[in-house]
Design a protein around this ligand. Sequence first.
Ligand code: FRU
Length: 493
Amino acid sequence: MSMTKLEQARHYEAIHGAGITPGERPLFHLTPLVGWMNDPNGFSLYRGEYHLFYQYYPYETKWGPMHWGHAKSQDLLHWEWLPAALAPEDAYDNAGCFSGSAIELEDGRQMLLYTGVQQFPTEDGGVGHRQVQCVAYGDGVDYQKYEGNPVITARQLPEGGSSVDFRDPKVWKEDDGWYAVVGNRASDGSGAVLLFRSEDTVHWDYAATLEECRNEYGRMWECPDFFPLDGRYIVIASPQEMQARGLEFHNGNSTLYSLGDYERKTRRFRRAQVRSLDYGLDFYAPQTTLTPDGRRVLIGWMQSWESCGSQPVGAKWFGMMTVPRELSVRDGQLIQTPIRELDGYRVAPVHYSAVKLQNRVQLPGVEGRTIDLTVRFRAGEPGGCRRFAIRIAADERFATVITYFPTKHILRIDRRHSGFPYDVVHIRDMEVRRQGEALKLRILLDRFSAEIFVNDGEQVLSSTLYTPQSARGVSFEAEGSALIDVEKFDLAL
Ligand code: FRU
């Protein structure tokens, strides 16, 4: 008997996933079991464990017909792979099971709500595509697609909404039913976040348009999320074809958050502020969930679509998730910090205080590729430091360089010498929001990435690196006079 596509994927990943040793992967960032990963999907709690699915093509390290890969975790840092959950093999998702979300139902089942991409022959002999929303139900391992799929189609769209760009449903439950936000392209060609409601998870009605791009922030908006946070509301979206604005956004695929207020009765969201969610080189399509103790936690795809072609030679997996981040609102801005569970895995502390920088300084004990490093910088005297730099993952040949220009408040990441085979975009500058010459950076290094949390999470820069693991050095340097405090832990998970 021939295997279904899902059986084929499960068979393939079991064999080839086992061929990748733990040392070839990050220590605590989730990678695909084998092959390709993009967006986080279905990030949710089910039967007391965190589940994280992902856009998945097991057979190659490049994007292909989308499956859903699957992993679960107790602490959001140790992940256990489960067999692939969905494969593109039904009439309504024959060209891909695109991004979506998951939720635990009262009857004990887990529901997946995802986008089916349907390919069909057109009247003129060509090929057409449309996107519809579908559900599947399961027990945390095996899922059955609903026989009545699709559950949301173009028929439920407001006038002018695109049936081609209509994807990435994010579901949650309220007292009066299930809600989902879905990304769509409106009649002006630009993105919109639509709100749908259902009383039974299979009949859905359009309820409102929550946020609209109006061609101001890119074009199509992918992977929306929407949630209350510390008395305000946040819409997250990942626009395509974004145009840079100063240093706030960058060209291409970008992720923004819109912070504002929401009136539930009228279903109106009023935006107060739109900002970048991450200023690094690799971040897209994040998704959030709530922990049992009420924390809103976000995970993103730590990759950019633009640089997917620049993979390490011989890669067996490609694409990884960011560290999970706790979200909060402070002084009207979104704050992101690494989940506190990570603190439990910090060992071998090394401290230095008020180190005066002259030329390049290496501090004994401060090195490594799986470390949690906090650096507090201040100028020796006001205006007295023109440039301060930290070199990480460094040896004679390689280094990823984080540079701060204190009088300009600019922070730069430069990974030109970080092991990439091709010259894609490797430098990015960010304006540090908190004005003042002092700066605090918490840098998480995990073999193939660096995540930089600036000034207690006011801004974040996430970037992948493929520097050989033997490049473990860390050094500090300043032009002018500077003082630093350093706190470094090894991460042992
Ligand atoms: C975002 C995205 C989604 C889509 C998925 C396909 O990265 O383009 O909009 O569902 O990836 O893999």
